[in-house]
Write a protein that binds this ligand. Structure first.
Ligand code: PMP
Length: 455
């Protein structure tokens, strides 16, 4: 189909996810046709450095032939089988073993789904199931955080702590609560140290648990770094204080490693970087470098045992997706994990991540930049109207989205989050030279918008 016809068909037939559907009618689509390393090319031949690895996910870039070959091999051999009612297959079995072996804390078992949202929904259902099995049906409430992002299915969207995911969708569902966001830059009080702020977050969590009755609170969900909520890194000591509270009241910790897992933060898991000891871990995205949809839920022996015992009693663990551990997705994930090891992906994150962090921090004194943050190959620049007070621009000025639009013109794809936070999350294979190119293109965009804003 020629470009214009394809564009017209897009406008006529598609509902785009996470899109202003009215603005789309005039802005139109960016139609990607090909990928090469960290770049994608549109239908007019223009190249873009993918500064977000798609949606924080295409860790090995956009042209890894070994992943295509692994998918083709599995397609030819056994394109589909499932794992319901005692059925099994080699890619599903081997991927379970690989993930359990690689987990940041001793984990017992892996369960597969197709997306981060489904993995988090599954974690919620497992928690409810085991608390019924353990004879404590009142212990069901789940606490997540304001600004968290855990997905968009009914339960995972309820965990998500962003207004756009609740407003107009009649969410959150009952029994899901949101405690304070760990954003020191936005929520820290004047004169409050980072450590004191972290302690206050844990105190606020404890107060919520006590107000609700600890016997009714089952689990706490957290991303090691909040991604879509604005790339919020935990303040110093945060997870130490939080986990002490959870332990005190026998509350499970679920680490949502959907963005942080597989090297993004410089260690294999964000849980290692920030000292989380989860009872349940969810992961997706870089598990298959996003070449196939697949996600996983890892559980400790303590979580697995009641699940196992109760299914024996009642006859089944009544949960599973047609495509749980889809063999083609599992084969691609296995190949992805092998490539991470062979190419020392953590070594590359150390080198290119250092360059990214250095380039990001060089914007600290820029007149529009209020805060710069990041670690490894994830980072953000928060744009503000007033550096001294952290005062934000009016949302209607759309300063962050304007920078992202200009960046696209300059040949780098980035994302703007609420609060004029521009996020960076390039493929984990990016070289330091490509980081420089990405940041040079971003600089062009930032300066263009700065000229408009400051006049
Ligand atoms: N958890 C986190 C931390 C995420 O960033 C995302 C997606 N960006 C999800 C869960 C949901 O994943 P999916 O879009 O695959 O359902």
């Amino acid at each position: 189909m020629v470009s214009n016809a394809l564009r017209d068909a897009d406008l006529s037939y598609t509902i785009h996810p996470y899109t202003n559907l009215v603005a789309h009618e005039t802005k139109g689509p960016l139609i990607a046709v090909r990928g090469e390393g960290v770049r994608v090319f549109d239908d007019k031949g223009k190249d873009y450095i993918e500064g977000m690895a798609g949606l924080w996910c295409a860790s090995l870039g956009f042209s890894e032939p070994r992943l295509a070959a692994a998918a083709a091999r599995q397609m030819a051999e056994l394109p589909f089988f499932h794992m319901f009612s005692h059925k099994s297959h080699e890619p599903g079995i081997r991927l379970s073993e690989e993930l359990v072996k690689r987990a940041p804390v001793p984990m017992a078992r892996a369960f597969f789904c197709n997306s981060g949202s489904e993995a988090n929904d599954t974690a919620i259902k497992m928690i409810w199931y085991i608390n019924n099995a353990l004879g404590r049906p009142q212990k069901k409430k789940i606490i997540a955080r304001k600004r968290a992002y855990h997905g968009v299915t009914v339960a995972s969207a309820s965990l998500t702590g962003l207004p756009a995911n609740h407003r107009d969708f009649d969410l959150p569902i009952a029994n899901i609560l949101h405690t304070s966001s760990p954003d020191y830059y936005r929520e820290g009080k004047p004169g409050e140290s980072e450590e004191a702020f972290a302690k206050r977050c844990a105190d606020e969590l404890e107060a919520m648990i006590l107000a609700e009755d600890p016997n009714t609170v089952a689990a706490f969900f957290a991303e090691p770094i909040m991604g879509a909520g604005g790339v919020v890194l935990p303040p110093k000591g945060y997870f130490e204080h939080i986990q002490a509270v959870l332990k005190k009241y026998d509350i499970l910790l679920v680490a949502d490693e959907v963005i942080c897992g597989f090297g993004r933060t410089g260690q294999y898991w964000g849980s290692q970087t920030f000292g989380l000891k989860p009872d349940i871990l969810t992961c997706a995205k870089a598990l298959s470098s996003a070449y196939m949809p697949i996600s996983a839920v890892l559980v400790t022996e303590e979580v697995y045992k009641p699940l196992r015992d109760n299914s024996g009693k009642i006859g089944t663990f009544g949960h599973g997706y047609t495509y749980s551990a889809h063999p083609v997705a599992a084969a691609v994930a296995l190949e992805t994990l092998a490539i991470y090891d062979e190419r020392d992906i953590l070594g590359n994150v150390a080198v290119s991540g250092a360059r990214l962090q250095e380039r990001l921090r060089s914007f600290a004194d820029h007149p529009l930049v209020g805060n710069v943050r990041g670690i490894g190959l994830i980072g953000a620049i928060e744009l503000v109207a007033d550096k001294a007070t952290h005062g934000a621009f009016p949302a209607s000025d759309a300063v962050g989205p304007r920078v992202v639009t200009k960046a696209e013109e300059a040949g780098v794809i980035l994302r703007a989050m609420a609060g004029d936070v521009v996020a960076f999350s390039p493929p984990l294979i990016i070289t330091p030279e490509e980081v420089d190119q990405m940041m040079d293109r971003f600089t062009v965009a930032l300066e263009a918008v700065t000229a408009e804003v400051l006049g």
